[in-house]
Design a protein around this ligand. Structure first.
Ligand SMILES: C[S@@+](CC[C@H](N)C(=O)[O-])C[C@H]1O[C@@H](n2cnc3c(N)ncnc32)[C@H](O)[C@@H]1O
Length: 283
């Protein structure tokens, strides 16, 4: 694939039972269903495990699946450090308060899941249709795994999944509609408009060329999503709709979103959380 052309993505299915789902997704995404074994860059394949994004073998990238019941998420949930984690402190989670979070850049839901596992209700937005499909499938399977009757399920997982919701669309238009509703509500004291306690933003950032450690999965994710050059535009409206704060996740050493200095930052080894504080947290 030439560097500047769009990847060829097709929908596929492992066995005939998945054919109807594959055809429905193909129609929604305006993509063909794959019939031969060549001529694609990525397959969105329905499998027994769930919906998988499979790069063509020549790429050397890893496959992507969203698996909230899997070992990586379970380990983070049990041994990740709870409210002591930088993301928890940045968002303002404590034993007494778990904010309602609007995650404008859901991706594969990793940060949303961590926040939900700490007790936050998280409304996620994702605009990339392929990423949205993977996350949507992961949320559905995560909920099923939590509620599984025969294996007695996992009540904690079911509760976490119940705190996560997902919408497909652009954060910029969602925010501008919310700003408009809030302005209208100011003139009408009867009107009730939901607003998030915290707005969370984690835009794509160019992969560091020298980083051999970048997971193979991340390479495929970056190839599908690209960068988010419009991310700066989200900050002003995010600050208008958030009740208490806006948190922006950046790679360590990166500039500030919209070149706007936060009130403070929490630094990790490879990640930084910039906190734009609007009001003291309630507790
Ligand atoms: C770096 S990833 C987020 C990773 C996520 N925090 C996680 O833990 O999995 C950024 C994601 O935000 C999405 N995104 C970026 N800008 C957006 C926007 N304006 N509206 C909706 N989604 C957006 C991208 O498509 C991408 O999937």
């Amino acid at each position: 694939m030439p560097a500047d052309s769009l990847p060829i993505i097709r929908v596929a299915y492992e066995s005939g039972v998945f054919k109807p789902q594959a055809e429905a997704l193909a129609e929604k995404l305006c993509m063909p269903v794959q019939v031969d074994t060549e001529g694609y860059d990525y397959l969105l394949e329905f499998t027994e495990q769930g919906l998988v994004l499979r790069p063509s073998p020549d790429k050397g990238y890893g496959s992507i699946i969203c698996d909230f019941a899997g070992s990586e998420h379970s380990h983070r949930r049990r041994h990740g450090g709870g409210n002591g984690q930088a993301i928890a402190k940045a968002v303002g989670v404590s034993g007494k308060f778990a904010p309602q979070v609007l995650d404008l850049t859901a991706g594969l839901g990793g940060d949303g899941f961590v926040l939900a596992s700490l007790g936050c209700r998280v409304s996620m937005l994702e605009r990339n249709p392929v990423v949205h499909s993977l996350l949507d499938d992961g949320l559905r399977r995560g909920l099923e795994a939590g509620q599984e009757e025969f294996t007695q399920g996992d009540d904690e997982l079911a509760a976490i999944m119940g705190r996560l919701s997902l919408n497909e669309g652009s954060a910029a238009s969602y925010l501008s509609q919310l700003v408009e509703s809030l302005i209208k509500a100011e003139a009408d004291p009867q009107a009730e408009v939901w607003r998030p306690d915290v707005v969370y933003v984690d835009p794509m950032f160019p992969l560091r060329k020298k980083s051999a450690k970048v997971k193979k999965q991340m390479q495929a994710f970056h190839a599908i999503v690209g960068n988010d050059p419009d991310a700066d535009q989200l900050l002003a409206d995010a600050l208008t709709v958030a009740r208490y704060r806006v948190v922006v996740k950046r790679p360590a050493g990166a500039g500030f979103l919209a070149e706007s200095k936060p009130n403070y930052s929490l630094e990790g080894k490879s990640t930084r959380y910039d906190v734009y504080a609007l009001k003291k947290l309630p507790i």
